[in-house]
Design a binder for this molecule. Structure first.
Ligand SMILES: Nc1nc(=O)c2c([nH]1)NC[C@@H]1CN(c3ccc(C(=O)N[C@@H](CCC(=O)O)C(=O)O)cc3)C=[N+]21
Length: 305
């Protein structure tokens, strides 16, 4: 196990501490308390846990948290009316609509109805376009968290070969844009890429975001490379025994086979405790940034792309 473990949990705690300091200053000198509204449609248990933890951390950094829980069968016009109300509410600086939405709702339509200035997920087409053209935007939380960890580890990323495995709108594509912005040579690969192993082997930086458990083995990793594992997959772990109801216990794994990759990589993020906590920290950072911009105040340093 040669690799340095990049402790996302500790890094995220540090970022939240910085956010909290900025929030305290905003309150003291300008009387502004940043506010984050989270909208959850339906009762997916994993989403509920996640939304609760976001709400708790939002309050911990001194921000206001507004949670809106809607029934799974909420009509689209009702959801759009809520978003319109949040768009107009000056106490709300950030709006996050938890994805995925139930099937009867048009995700693109819903996301694009959020005021881009309050779109702390960075999923609105305006923010996607601004990021792609190198203009000031709201940057998606997971890729921003990955970028912060990479900058912290490498200092400069300029000239490094980066391979992003995964082409999703929420991680792969914006991650590639951010790496390009930091002057990496960027390849976006995916499950259909020819000779994927050879493509990954060229990389100084590997970002795995395909959503397939342990798909990237250690022998795809160039010795000394930095591996950022975005995947959070729950798999059966019969070695842990069974639950009271007789079902088999589970464990979380990433998109990278951790043991074998850690043996060759220079640095690697674990799952859990890597990218996940940084995602929430960056959501809070984005809410702070949105509140600063809304009041024509300087952006918090080190917390934006
Ligand atoms: N509009 C929207 N924005 C999102 O950012 C968004 C979303 N919808 N829908 C759901 C996914 C999922 N997501 C996670 C964030 C943090 C952890 C996290 O902190 N995980 C911990 C704990 C994992 C565990 O123990 O279950 C870890 O990796 O260490 C996980 C998952 C954000 N999402």
């Amino acid at each position: 196990m040669g690799a340095q473990i990049i402790d996302g949990k500790a890094f995220a705690a540090k970022v939240r501490g910085q956010v909290a300091e900025h929030v305290a200053k905003l309150k003291e000198s300008h009387g502004i308390t940043p506010g984050l509204a989270v909208v959850l449609v339906g009762e997916d248990p994993a989403s509920q846990v996640y939304v609760r933890s976001k709400g708790k951390m939002t309050v911990e950094v001194g921000m206001n948290s507004y949670e809106h829980k809607l029934d799974a069968d909420t009509p689209e016009d009702v959801l759009l009316a809520l978003i319109d109300q949040l768009n107009r509410d000056p106490a709300v600086h950030g709006i996050l609509v938890q994805l995925p939405l139930p099937g009867h709702l048009n995700e693109d339509l819903v996301i694009n109805s959020i005021d881009p200035a309050k779109d702390v997920d960075g999923f609105h087409i305006s923010n996607v376009g601004l990021l792609g053209t190198g203009q000031k935007s709201m940057v998606p939380c997971t890729p921003l968290g990955c970028l912060m960890m990479l900058r912290d580890h490498h200092g400069s990323l300029s000239g490094l070969d980066a391979v992003v495995v995964g082409r999703s709108n929420i991680v792969g594509k914006p991650m590639a844009q951010l790496l390009l912005g930091d002057s990496c040579t960027v390849t976006i690969a995916h499950s259909r890429t020819k000779n994927l192993a050879d493509v990954v082997r060229r990389a100084d930086i590997v970002v795995a975001a395909v959503g397939r458990p342990e798909m990237v083995p250690g022998d795809w990793i160039k010795p000394g490379a930095t591996v950022i594992d975005v995947g959070i997959n729950r798999i059966d772990a019969p070695e842990k025994g069974t639950n009271e109801d007789g079902s088999v216990k589970t464990r979380l794994v990433g998109d990278v086979h951790y043991e074998s990759a850690a043996a060759v990589a220079g640095a690697i993020t674990p799952v859990p405790g890597g990218v996940g906590p940084m995602t929430i920290a960056c959501l809070l950072a984005n809410t702070l940034t949105a509140a600063a911009r809304a009041n024509d105040l300087p952006e918090p340093e080190g917390l934006t792309a």
